[in-house]
Design a protein around this ligand. Structure first.
Ligand SMILES: Cc1cc2nc3c(=O)[nH]c(=O)nc-3n(C[C@H](O)[C@H](O)[C@H](O)COP(=O)(O)O)c2cc1C
Length: 324
């Protein structure tokens, strides 16, 4: 057993969290993760409406009686979704754990406090983590440069960012970005992390509701298999390297590209189709550098059991053996 402040806080067996994933975080995956003793997280905006989110929460409850959470990602968009209504659907459904991301959770804290919801805020810098702590979140996920999705603009990898955050904060901190196996998990614990959050690794599991082609492609990837796009627009995203993301990077390299120039290539619905239909070159899809460490497509239960057993072996075996 690996026990930390985060296992205590969320009432979970293992210090392992599945980060919210757009078009991936459905009830099947989330319940499988929670049933494996980790913390599964639904993605609010994967559901077309707040009512659909409430139904997805019900569906998840039908498949697990273990704790699970909902991710609420608030990003600047031209036509913003009704975030407030999604937040109401979360509290109205009795969910007690929320992962916030994208911007400060401050506008939602009063509502979440009223309903005794524990907020774990995901951010990419110590300064944003301190701000979130000051508005009352229960825990922080600190997202290093290796991560899938939005690593921010500071480019600080988990090896430095996690201990910086853990030392600066009073609330428990989960390491995120680059974690995929027992070796990286033990490193996170050594760095002051109280859990790991994984996205990429959980994509390549049996229960993730994405096309088998995507999962198999991930097992063939290496450490050079991601692209950073939107760098020039200061909205960096780490995505899988394919012909579409290569094209975006190339257009950006001209130095004068605007969002309009890449808008069609990066359309979210194209990426969604990759996951649904398995045409890997149809659009942009997120993956972190840890995709290099994905070698198989196990069930969540097998993956999490192996992770914990191997982590314990490293702690009791290798780490003891190097001690003179
Ligand atoms: C396919 C995919 C979709 C993601 N979508 C979201 C999202 O909607 N909101 C969010 O906060 N994070 C999102 N993430 C990021 C993950 O929650 C997590 O922070 C990240 O994957 C951690 O890095 P790792 O991939 O190295 O494990 C996504 C990640 C992946 C792989």
């Amino acid at each position: 057993m690996l026990k930390t402040r985060i296992t205590d806080l969320f009432g979970i067996e293992h210090p392992v969290i599945q980060g919210g994933m757009q078009w991936v975080g459905y009830a099947e995956l989330v319940s499988a993760v929670s049933n494996a003793g980790a913390l599964g997280i639904l993605t609010a905006l994967t559901q077309p409406t707040p009512e659909d989110l409430a139904k997805e929460i019900d569906r998840t409850r039908g498949m697990t009686d273990k704790p699970f959470g909902v991710n609420l990602t608030v990003l600047p968009t031209i036509n913003p979704p009704p975030y407030e209504e999604y937040a109401q659907a979360i509290v109205g459904s009795g969910v007690k754990i929320v992962e916030t991301a994208g911007r400060s959770p401050e506008p939602f804290m009063e509502l979440f406090k009223e309903y005794d919801v524990k907020v774990i805020h995901k951010c990419t810098s110590v300064r944003h983590a301190l701000k979130a702590q000051s508005v009352g979140v229960s825990a922080i996920t600190i997202d290093g440069f290796e991560c899938a999705g939005h690593p921010g603009e500071d480019d600080i990898p988990s090896l430095v960012l996690l201990p910086q955050a853990a030392e600066a904060l009073d609330v428990p901190v989960a390491g995120c970005g680059g974690f995929s196996d027992a070796k990286s998990m033990v490193a996170a614990l050594a760095l002051g992390g109280e859990a790991i959050v994984m996205g990429t690794r959980f994509m390549a599991t049996k229960e993730a509701g994405i096309h088998q082609n995507v999962k198999e492609k991930m097992t063939e990837a290496d450490e050079l298999s991601t692209n950073l796009m939107f760098r020039t627009m200061h909205n960096t995203a780490r995505v899988f390297k394919n012909s579409v993301s290569d094209q975006v990077v190339e257009i950006e390299s001209t130095g004068s590209a605007t969002f309009e120039d890449v808008k069609d290539l990066v359309a979210g619905q194209r990426g969604r189709k990759v996951f649904e239909e398995g045409d890997l070159e149809h659009g942009i899809w997120s993956a972190g550098i840890s995709v290099a460490r994905v070698k198989d497509v196990p069930s969540c239960k097998d993956m999490v059991s192996r992770l914990i057993a191997d982590a314990e072996e490293i702690i009791d075996g290798r780490l003891q053996s190097v001690k003179a």
